[in-house]
Design a protein around this ligand. Structure first.
Ligand SMILES: Nc1ncnc2c1ncn2[C@@H]1O[C@H](COP(=O)(O)OP(=O)(O)OP(=O)(O)O)[C@@H](O)[C@H]1O
Ligand SMILES: CC(C)(CO)[C@@H](O)C(=O)[O-]
Length: 286
């Protein structure tokens, strides 16, 4: 039996954000608010001669949807830890589509590798390395900070060690996805970053309706809404359904009566659940 460590991290839907460029990855990140979702990433790590990352997607019944080799952010993190391991990640949601799966993969993989080799990392250290890998690869700015815990999260200073407020509604969340939106192209464009900053709302939401209102207004002002998402949001507006765009993916998320029905007119609705806690070790199998 090969010694294997297994860890999990939730995903994250960013509702609105503003980039904060610092002197280093540690001081670079974003402000904003989002939903930490239980639909995240499981990572299994075992010792190996070289670093190998296998990225798997499975449906909710466990059937393999896709499998691919290689993940630059995760490989970067393992190189920074100076360890050789085979890491297999597993998720059900589409990658690159605004569900924060790069951050989830990093948090789960680093947590698993830490346990596998008894590296003695604490949660702050795991989050710091995951955030560094995200910023270096332009795959995220605030998702790691958000996925340290659950709930509706509002970040008022950048980085995993920044000020973070959370509340935990019970409502169901629905999403539809039309595919990826290249995160690096958006957060690497000064023009886009400036327009996003101009659209950024001040303050934190006090409840779920206010979160959706702030996110919906941000999406409309940001210039990021593609036509297919705009059509979904217009239908939600007409039906009185609270909805907004998944940042940064070509998709939408919504809550409340009518959300599933309106989404089903455009694409298969994806049920999501607000997470109650953040990344964590699941087991170590000797
Ligand atoms: N489940 C995963 N397992 C391993 N690596 C992943 C996983 N998801 C994403 N990555 C790595 O992160 C890179 C960028 O992911 P990207 O940020 O586009 O996805 P995302 O985090 O789901 O989207 P977003 O950042 O817009 O929420 C991928 O090309 C891949 O290398
Ligand atoms: C930049 C971003 C929207 C990408 O998912 C997210 O990391 C965030 O909210 O900072």
């Amino acid at each position: 039996m090969v010694r294997t460590a297994v860890a999990f991290s939730p995903g994250h839907i960013s509702g609105y954000f503003m980039k904060v460029a610092g002197e280093s990855p540690a001081t670079t990140g974003s402000l904003g608010a989002g939903i930490v979702i239980e639909e995240g990433v499981v990572a299994s790590a075992s010792a190996a001669e070289t670093i190998e990352v296998v990225v798997g997607r499975r449906d909710t019944e466990g059937a393999v949807l896709s499998e691919a080799s290689g993940s630059p952010p995760v490989e970067y993190a393992l190189e920074r830890l100076d360890v050789s391991a085979r890491v297999e990640t597993r998720c059900s949601l589409p990658i690159g589509a605004g569900f924060g799966l790069s951050a989830a993969a990093l948090l789960a993989s680093i947590t698993a590798v830490d346990a596998l080799f008894d590296l003695g990392m604490d949660r702050r250290g795991i989050a710091a390395l995951a955030h560094e890998a995200e910023v270096v690869h332009s795959t995220g700015l605030g998702d790691v900070a958000a996925c340290q815990g659950g709930g509706i999260v509002c970040r008022t200073t950048p980085g995993p060690g920044g000020e973070i407020r959370r509340f935990y509604p019970e409502e169901a969340i629905w999403a539809v996805s039309f595919g990826p939106l290249p995160t690096p192209e958006v957060i690497g464009s000064q023009a886009q970053i400036e327009r996003i900053a101009a659209a950024f709302p001040e303050g934190c939401p006090s409840d779920l309706p206010e979160f959706f209102r702030l996110s919906r207004a941000f999406a409309g002002r940001s210039g990021l809404v593609p036509p297919e998402v705009g059509a979904v949001l217009a239908a939600c507006d007409a039906a009185g359904v609270r909805a907004s765009m998944t940042m940064l993916g070509r998709g939408a998320f919504a809550t409340g009566d009518g959300a599933e029905e309106v989404f089903s007119r455009f694409a298969p609705p994806i049920p999501l659940h607000i997470a109650r806690e953040g990344f964590r070790l699941l087991e170590v199998r000797a």
